[in-house]
Design a protein around this ligand. Structure first.
Ligand code: GLN
Length: 473
């Protein structure tokens, strides 16, 4: 019954009383029960909570109360976003037993609209990875080929949506973690403009890059969830109210920039072919295609991995065995430093430790100028590349990832190979821009994603272009 259901399908169904919110939620739990042992999208199922949320929705509907598009919509939440009174682990042993004492603003907004939370989804520990293999708890498999990764770090959320274990989901994106798993699993994902969505209640990885974003079955659903979670939040001082609305932009012959640096060397030929074919189809429908240059693209990955690890090393200093979660003080007689060291040694996985070490180094006295400060300067150049490009074009088309979903185990032993997954997505976070990942074809039976990058706070433009592309691919 739940196969392929979109938000508007469910909305109609609920309003016409074809099914109740409780029946619907039960159907998703049935699906989860039958599939998730194999796919491993969820770390925790919150069935009782979900059913009582659904019951409340049914009461509202039977009382004839006005409901919104999100009312009764079953959703999955990445396990680095806090849902009050539910465990939030960030897929790390250090937070294995951490119970969320408050609610993320995005979750609060969705709850306010009557969304139903099915459970918490798997991720790379603290969001650090591109395959979900860095989870301390389980592997997540790609529904298109279970021997392959779903992408990451929001792999669990992307799988839940792709396999109809949920209608839609929240993920988070620091360097590509919503867009790349969406691309690998053949669903739609949005990385909003930095500041468009509150980060309050998102477990911090790299605070100047992190954004919460929706993963959904199509562009329209992605837009609905985004509209429900966006906006200024007094609890996140970096959040802002967007002034733009859909009426500021009418889709008529948009100018699409195609950066030459995103093609050629290093990209799987089948992926390049599909993206180029998609661009041709869009051109045929009246869009103007213009080759552009983003000359600092070649520094983006190095710049991202300096800034992201630096910020991570600072953010993760709070896990000291005293304030949160795991605390290793076995004999009750260790001194404070021992508690810190033992807790962090046992609590963090190898990728997280690697990043803490890298980031501590790049921030240390004597190296700060050579690494962190220089990376911040390069970040400005990358941002300026985009600003220049957006003087000429409305949106930019690129691939999301240089390759389709890879085999489980293929890259996990080679961090640099794994980091290359982010080569087309990290610049967008460095520049703070919004970008959509949209399925546009298949290579070797595996989904390929098109990335549509827009101007700051012009998500509405990206959605218009995305809906147009969706119709013709
Ligand atoms: N793959 C990137 C990394 O490992 C991006 C992760 C993310 O966006 N959270 O840092």
């Amino acid at each position: 019954m739940v196969k392929g259901l979109t938000i508007s399908d469910i909305h109609q169904g609920l309003r016409k009383k074809e099914f109740s919110a409780q029946e619907l939620a039960q159907s998703y739990f049935k699906k989860i029960n039958s599939l998730d042992e194999k796919l491993g999208a969820f770390l925790e199922i919150t069935q009782n909570e979900a059913l009582s949320q659904a019951k409340r929705v049914d009461e509202l509907i039977s009382q004839g109360k006005k409901v919104s598009l999100m009312t009764g919509i079953p959703m999955a939440i990445k396990d680095n976003i806090l849902v009050k009174d539910v465990k939030c682990t960030a897929a790390s042993k250090i937070l294995e037993e951490y119970l969320a004492p408050y609610e993320a603003t995005s979750v609060k907004k969705l709850r306010g609209e009557g969304a139903v939370f099915l459970g918490k989804t798997n991720l790379d520990e603290f969001g650090m990875g591109a395959s979900t293999e860095n989870s301390a708890f389980k592997k997540t498999r790609n529904p298109h080929d279970p021997s392959r990764v779903p992408g990451g770090s929001s792999g669990g959320s992307a799988v839940a949506v792709a396999a109809d274990e949920s209608c839609c989901a929240l993920g988070s994106d620091t360097g590509g973690s919503v867009r790349q798993p969406a691309a690998f699993c053949g669903v739609v994902g949005l990385k909003p403009t930095y500041g468009a969505v509150s980060r309050y209640g998102l477990i911090a990885f790299a605070s100047s890059l992190d954004q919460i974003g929706p993963i959904a079955k199509n562009v329209e659903d992605c837009e609905i969830v985004f509209n429900a979670i966006k906006g200024k939040d007094p609890l996140d001082s970096t959040s802002v109210e967007s002034k733009f609305s859909i009426s500021h932009f009418q889709f008529s012959n948009p100018k699409i920039g195609v950066p030459k640096e995103y093609f050629g060397e290093g990209i799987e030929p089948g992926v390049e072919k599909i993206i180029k074919e998609t661009i041709k189809k869009v051109e045929k429908e009246g869009a103007k295609i213009e080759e552009i240059s983003l000359p600092h693209t070649k520094y983006a990955l190095a710049c991202y991995y300096i800034i992201a690890t630096s910020e991570a090393s600072a953010n993760l200093a709070r896990y000291d065995g005293i304030k949160y979660g795991l605390s290793k003080d076995d004999e009750q007689k260790s001194d404070l430093l021992d508690v810190y060291l033992k807790t962090r040694e046992e609590g963090f996985g190898p990728e997280v430790k690697r990043r803490i070490m890298l980031g501590t180094y790049t921030l240390s006295a004597g190296y700060y100028e050579a690494y962190y400060l220089r990376a911040q300067k390069v970040r400005t150049l990358i941002k300026q590349d985009f600003e220049k490009a957006f003087q000429k074009v409305d949106v930019i088309f690129t691939p999301v990832s240089p390759f389709a979903a890879f085999k489980i185990g293929e890259k996990v032993k080679d961090p640099l190979a794994m980091y290359l997954s982010d080569v087309f997505t990290a610049s967008v976070n460095l520049a703070g821009l919004p970008a959509l990942s949209l399925p546009c074809g298949k290579v070797r039976k595996l989904p390929v994603g098109l990335q549509i990058i827009g101007r700051p706070f012009r998500e509405s433009e990206i959605f218009q272009v995305g809906k147009f592309v969706e119709k013709i691919v």
